[in-house]
Design a protein around this ligand. Sequence first.
Ligand code: NDP
Ligand code: 2IT
Length: 460
Amino acid sequence: MKTIEKNQNLYTKSVQQYVHQVFETVKKRNPNEDEFHQAVKEVFDSLVPVLEKNPQYINQSILERLVEPERIVSFRVPWVDDQGKVQVNRGFRVQYNSAIGPYKGGLRFHPSVNASIIKFLGFEQTFKNSLTGQPIGGGKGGADFDPKGKSDGEIMRFCQSFMSELSKYIGPDTDVPAGDIGVGSKEIGFMFGQYKKMRGGYEAGVLTGKGLGYGGSLTRKEATGYGTVYFVEEMLKDQGESFKGSTVVVSGSGNVSIYAMEKAAELGAKVVACSDSNGYIYDQNGINLETVKRIKEVEKQRISAYVSEHPDAIYTENCSGIWTVPCDIALPCATQNEINQISAQMLVSNGVKAVGEGANMPSTLDAVETFLENNVLFAPAKAANAGGVAVSALEMAQNSARLSWTFEEVDCKLQSIMKNIYQNSKQAAQEYGVPGNLVVGANIAGFVKVADAMIEQGVI
Ligand code: NDP
Ligand code: 2IT
């Protein structure tokens, strides 16, 4: 018995060493790409038990293959601003992994966009899309373009130039982009128009998140935020808890944040704070969502404008201060690494019960550690925010069938997808000896399907 145990320990150690070695190579081959390293490290740390039980993944070099995107394109995006001056941005598309379907994932327009950000997002997307149970591979793209302060004409000219190049690489069965930070239905509309003009044909399924009048799906706008709340509600239900009567803090005030707030409030929670990149608002009466929607979606103002209409509310500069607001449930829905260890510790000290990641990789690795060590229920991004891309895949299905489903039909499918992701992640965590750890569970459940498909398709 002792010998078997000793051999098992030795084997575990050698698997850990192998994983460590592949990770060191990733760092060496992708220097200065901190976000990409972080995303890979989180997944790799989760995979040791699955690699121990399945040596074929090691023999077939699945990790080595997964850290190398199938293809990355980087391109010049020239456009003319309202003053007649030529501006140049850098565009990207990473076609990360097509083992289980066409590349699928959003486009981000934000000045911080670079290869590291796009690769971390593409890597995450591969496992997230696998978790949805739908036939979609992983992709991501974007540009270091800042839509803030640009006129509609400037945004249109930028989108047209961006699509003139991107159109060479995408298609309804090849690669299907959608929105992300800085890209909503307006930008998707401009890009779709340009794609259609260049192709000379109506390929509705080439982009998702389209307007409802030309192939968009009902519930896509709401899907990421609603899905995150559905996922967290399932997680709470398992512990005999729910959103009802809880105090909730949601960072950001964009697409994901607004609809997470809406669904949390619908389920009986009081949402007391939200933010933008400048600062956060706190409203002890509960955030008035109609005001937030008008300020952000229609008037495109800063969130600070809220307090002039709601005198009880307080605006504070510095967006990370939002994590000092006491709450039962925290939903980070803004951007990567918005919760560091100090903020995580603050949330724990203030008694947070659950954290649900609506954004991609919003918690640093040590923040995640802090939540898990303190028994906070933790819903990781790949699982919790998969509702957006899941409904994108439903949009593709509707486009292929040339029909549209009702809001209720799509919402119902979204709820059942989120429940499945929760159950599959929970089950994988249990099966591999870390019950309740949804980080490990989601990573394993997402990985196994992609890895098996890669093996079945041979070395390509
Ligand atoms: P939006 O552009 O609609 O909103 C982004 C929000 O986050 C804004 O309030 C913005 O504030 C804030 N924000 C952006 N960057 C920063 C930053 N560097 N520091 C602080 N705040 C910031 O984007 P989405 O709501 O679509 O995306 C939010 C997150 O959710 C991202 O991580 C995205 O990858 C993820 N996600 C999005 C999905 C979707 O379907 N849209 C699906 C799954 C995940 P400001 O206006 O000041 O910039
Ligand atoms: O991060 C994400 O999952 C998204 N931005 C949505 C991608 C999509 O294809 O709908």
